[in-house]
Design a binder for this molecule. Structure first.
Ligand SMILES: *[C@@H]1O[C@H](CO)[C@@H](O)[C@H](O)[C@H]1NC(C)=O
Ligand SMILES: *[C@@H]1O[C@H](CO)[C@@H](O)[C@H](O)[C@H]1NC(C)=O
Ligand SMILES: *[C@@H]1O[C@H](CO)[C@@H](O)[C@H](O)[C@H]1NC(C)=O
Length: 403
């Protein structure tokens, strides 16, 4: 696969917002979508322990069960709203009386781009991977939610019966890595998360993806080139649009490799007009994934022996201790996922038998990594199933089925 191929692989998540929209919507953010559909919403600013200022969006139902939706690599909360109220998970959960919160992790454009001291044109701003998403961003977000919902309960706004301050978590792709970091580094969150539902989870990449060493090398070459020219943000807004205008056919070809059905593809290709499909990512995010792929182990970022000694008290990078994770977890995979392959997801299950309660195959012969966000049939194939299993779990009736 060429460099372009790799870029497309990384880019497709942004394409989720194209469905049936006209040009006026090409620059919409999450907020624009919420406003356009007159969805009542709140904005919450959260500052992490290391100074990032993240904006959360909430479709509020004070007193109801709280659900937190977490995006994957290079994504943002946009992916949970941009198919509109008829299809997108955020709207659907809200209609079903859930208190819905949308995370924007550091780097996400435009709601994860503030810092108390740094700006997003500085190298330092971009020194993060999913490690920081799990070690800093998720704790700040989940603590903030508890504070807000806790005070609503005290002030008597809630009239439904004693909701807990636990959170139901739903994450796509790399969000699962951040969740693992969160619960292994800060074990108190094992009690705070009632259920984790992981769509196309990544975690260990070794030997599970449908690409090879040459492809990884070509991606890393691209990353290095960007860094060399001091472009720390990997895929700035407008990048995909320009690229695909120049090389339309290649663009189309590679999109088809990573997003499943013909139906989805039609919409995907429309999306190349969007200015803000790319919601930003750091070189270190890609490098960290590469390190995991190489080592075959779920390790923290490897800074090299000298730095590792300072940071981890050992020459090797920290191995996350997955046996600390006890949150009940449901894993979802697509039959033809090129990144979170069925084998890969089963390998996660094998490592986390204590917490995995079910492994669900999406009922479609073709279902790829980004279809979890962009498929025309996402409501029936993914969202309805996910909500059904979540409700069964909450009633204590989830069956242990490994597919
Ligand atoms: C939102 O509200 C405005 C003004 O009340 C109305 O014109 C518009 O049609 C509404 N949009 C939707 C999607 O309901
Ligand atoms: C959140 O931050 C934004 C910009 O950083 C600011 O405009 C807004 O007023 C803040 N909102 C709250 C509730 O503090
Ligand atoms: C990992 O965590 C488990 C459970 O807390 C603990 O018993 C075990 O000693 C830890 N292993 C390492 C290598 O730290």
């Amino acid at each position: 696969m060429t460099e372009l191929g790799w870029i497309i692989v990384a880019l497709v998540p942004f394409i989720s917002c194209a469905a049936g929209q006209t040009e006026a919507h090409y620059e919409w953010t999450t907020l624009d979508w919420l406003k356009a559909h007159n969805a009542s919403h709140e904005l919450h600013n959260v500052t992490t322990a290391d100074g990032y200022q993240l904006q959360l969006q909430r479709l509020p139902r004070p007193g109801a069960r709280a659900v937190l939706l977490v995006h994957g690599l290079l994504g943002s909360s946009l992916g949970w709203v941009c198919l509109g109220p008829a299809k997108s998970l955020a709207f659907q959960l809200h209609q079903l009386q859930y208190d819905v919160w949308l995370a924007n992790l550091r780097g996400a454009y435009p709601h994860g781009r503030q810092h108390i001291e740094l700006t997003d044109v500085m190298d330092e701003f971009w020194s993060f991977s999913f490690h920081e998403h799990g070690a800093y961003d998720l704790p700040a977000i989940i603590d903030h939610m508890a504070e807000v919902t806790g005070s609503e309960q005290q002030s008597g706004e809630a009239d439904r019966e004693a909701p807990t301050r636990q959170v139901l978590l739903i994450g796509h792709s790399q969000a699962f890595n951040a969740f693992l970091v969160l619960c292994s580094l800060h074990p108190r969150f094992n009690q705070r998360i009632q259920l984790m539902q992981a769509l196309a989870p990544l975690s260990r990449l070794h030997r599970q993806v449908r690409f090879d060493a040459a492809q990884v090398r070509s991606l890393m070459k691209f990353v290095k080139k960007r860094q060399k020219s001091s472009k720390f943000e990997l895929f700035p807004p407008g990048y995909l649009r320009k690229l695909c205008q120049r090389k339309h056919e290649q663009c189309e070809y590679y999109t088809k490799q990573y997003a499943g059905s013909a139906k989805s593809n039609k919409k995907l290709l429309e999306a190349f007009n969007y200015e803000h499909l790319l919601q930003g990512g750091s070189a270190r995010e890609i490098k960290h994934l590469q390190q995991i792929w190489k080592s075959g182990d779920f390790i923290a970022y490897d800074y090299g022996p000298m730095q590792n000694m300072k940071i981890y008290n050992g020459v090797e990078a920290l191995r996350y201790n997955l046996s600390r994770i006890s949150v009940p977890t449901i894993l979802y995979f697509g039959e033809t996922d090129a990144i979170a392959t069925p084998e890969g997801v089963h390998a996660i299950y094998a490592q986390m038998m204590n917490s995995v309660r079910s492994v669900k195959r999406i009922e479609s012969p073709k279902f790829n990594h980004f279809d979890f966000l962009v498929a025309g049939e996402v409501k029936t194939l993914v969202n309805d199933k996910l909500i059904e299993l979540m409700e069964k779990f909450l009633e204590g009736k989830l069956s242990y089925i490994i597919e």
